[in-house]
Design a binder for this molecule. Structure first.
Ligand SMILES: Cc1cc2nc3c(=O)[nH]c(=O)nc-3n(C[C@H](O)[C@H](O)[C@H](O)COP(=O)(O)OP(=O)(O)OC[C@H]3O[C@@H](n4cnc5c(N)ncnc54)[C@H](O)[C@@H]3O)c2cc1C
Length: 535
């Protein structure tokens, strides 16, 4: 049979007015907002990380790690249990980049402004591939909780803060570096961990754990801080994944099929009389593990700032290089209103998150406890709507997987859900202020410090105090938390950000200036605000 000759390819159109991908740009140098609010971190270290993460190679690693999801390998070919998770090499590349530069270590190994370093690195990594930050953040956050047991801390802390990545499946004594996860949530109770049913029974120096965990992220970590019921009540344990010479009896039942956060493995696990060591006293489990949760909360307050930055950066890039109706989008008055409005929330979220990282560096425990909850609450409530709006700036292209917008969008709700979901955080804020005079006083000092800088701020603070002379009813906790978090953000901006941003934030987020969607604030001249993000 003869084939007819192929018809020549017809030239139907020329490709124009399609911005090239935004890559190969330095995530530190190009971000004036991050550089301002994280300026206590050593410039050279942050610049090196930002330059490395911004390369086309690392951007590609982010895409690959997100696309090729982890796989559970339950058995070897002979039917013996393996319980391992296999990742794409790009995942390991990103883990190596973050851990070797100190994302988990800087806060603990004597580095200057270590918590701000951790926060700035988490923010930058969130733009490249947010899922991989989960195991790195948990490793960072686990270190202070280990202090409850000197012997465990001496064995584990040096490996967790080793500024390296060793992903071999082996006991930690044989490894140069280690990571830790946490296993609290069970089917019948996540926020309410006191409903945990996993049992811990003494066995010589250690314990044996039997039960399930409904969510356990990064199940290939070298160990898990776990809550289980011992004789004396809910207790915190370190469960190593490997014992000398054998696997600990932890079975990975399945991996979760998640909306986003896809590079990260999250699993359901079972402890089959798994060996565990106790951290802290029996019955003191919540008190012990809260040290870890407190630090993961800082990262969950930082992550939305990073996601918002990634999305806004794409939007500004697109609008700078695309025209519609004979004018660049960035020059269109209505698009400028939308972008400027978004800049305020991105800089506000970044400023507050980095301010909290500085409080951690200063060991300001009272302010740390209350401020981190306020920052986590507000930043994460804004993030999904913000990312959607940035997506729309790209028009139809923003809805396609060839841009990072779907990745950011799928990730956007997560940091509100874990480490204390919205309502739980609001109730925590009430509890902290009711019980912890030091936290209340520190928050008052922070709010007072910005008085006199903006009329809108002063009257909003007075209105908040008039409405809530003490604390509020439980049902009002979201109004209370949102109001306080917005005031605190404005206070930080008034003290640490350019006046144009701080005044506009106070006028539109605290006063009656803003509407319910981006672009309705009704600014006059937006050039100084847009200057914050112009390429
Ligand atoms: C991707 C992913 C990874 C995770 N990884 C881990 C992990 O590694 N380790 C781990 O231990 N857990 C992990 N979790 C679990 C997560 O921390 C919990 O899902 C979360 O704490 C909420 O618990 P829950 O799902 O049981 O919801 P619930 O506790 O049932 O809460 C449901 C809703 O009720 C609200 N609520 C609860 N109490 C009150 C109240 N008193 N008043 C008003 N509202 C209330 C909550 O805010 C929430 O909106 C992960 C979750 C996800 C999605």
């Amino acid at each position: 049979m003869s084939h007819s000759a192929p018809r020549s390819v017809l030239q139907t159109h020329e490709v124009s007015n399609q911005p090239t991908p935004r890559e190969g740009h330095d995530l530190w140098q190009s971000d004036a907002i991050l550089r301002l609010h994280a300026k206590s971190a050593p410039e050279a270290d942050m610049a090196a990380f930002g330059a490395e993460l911004g390369t086309a190679e690392m951007r590609q690693a982010g895409r690959l790690a997100n696309k090729h999801n982890p796989e559970l390998v339950s058995f070897d070919r002979s039917g013996r249990r393996l319980d391992e998770v296999r990742f794409h090499p790009a995942y390991h590349q990103l883990m190596q980049a973050g851990l070797s530069r100190g994302i988990a270590a800087a806060a603990w190994d004597g580095a200057e402004a270590g918590h701000v370093q951790h926060a700035a690195m988490t923010y930058m990594m969130s733009q490249v591939e947010p899922g991989v930050t989960c195991p790195m953040v948990m490793t960072y956050a686990s270190v202070p909780a280990l202090a409850a047991n000197e012997r465990i801390a001496a064995a584990w802390a040096p490996k967790l803060t080793a500024r390296g990545y060793d992903n071999r499946v082996a006991p930690i004594t044989a490894k140069s570096a280690a990571t830790l996860g946490m296993a609290m949530t069970e089917k019948q109770g996540g926020s309410d961990v006191r409903a945990n049913t996993t049992r811990a029974v003494r066995d010589g120096e250690g314990y044996r754990l039997r039960g399930h965990k409904w969510f356990c992220s990064a199940p290939m970590s070298d160990g898990f801080l776990t809550l289980a019921q011992a004789k004396g009540g809910l207790t915190c344990f370190l469960v190593p994944r490997w014992l000398e010479g054998e696997r600990n009896s932890i079975q990975i039942m399945r991996l979760k099929d998640k909306l986003g956060n896809r590079a990260n493995a999250s699993s359901e696990i079972e402890y089959h009389d798994a060996y565990a060591e106790r951290l802290g006293e029996e019955g003191q489990g919540v008190k012990t593990i809260i040290e870890m949760v407190h630090h993961t909360r800082l990262s969950t307050a930082v992550a939305p700032a990073g996601l918002m930055r990634g999305a806004l950066d794409e939007a500004v890039w697109w609008c700078t290089h695309r025209s519609a109706f004979q004018r660049r989008l960035i020059d269109q008055p209505l698009m400028q209103q939308v972008l400027a409005d978004m800049v305020l929330d991105q800089e506000g979220t970044t400023a507050l998150a980095m301010h909290m990282a500085r409080a951690f560096d200063a060991n300001d425990k009272g302010f740390g406890r209350i401020g981190v909850a306020l920052a986590k609450y507000l930043g994460n409530k804004l993030c999904p709507g913000f990312v959607y709006e940035a997506m729309e700036c790209l028009g139809g292209a923003g809805y396609t997987e060839e841009t990072p917008m779907p990745l950011y969008y799928r990730e956007a709700p997560l940091n509100s859900i874990w480490e204390g979901s919205g309502n739980v955080i609001c109730l925590d804020i009430l509890r902290t202020l009711a019980r912890d005079a030091e936290a209340g006083a520190a928050l008052r000092t922070e709010l007072e410090a910005a008085k006199g800088g903006s009329a809108a701020y002063d009257s909003a603070l007075a209105a908040h105090e008039a409405r809530f002379p003490k604390l509020c009813e439980e049902r009002e906790a979201r109004q209370f938390a949102e109001s306080l978090a917005s005031l605190l953000t404005a206070s930080v901006l008034l003290r640490h950000a350019p006046d144009a941003v701080a005044q506009a934030y106070a006028a539109t987020r605290l006063g009656s200036g803003g509407g319910r969607s981006y672009g309705t604030a009704g600014f006059g001249d937006v050039s100084a605000i847009l200057e914050r993000v112009r390429a």
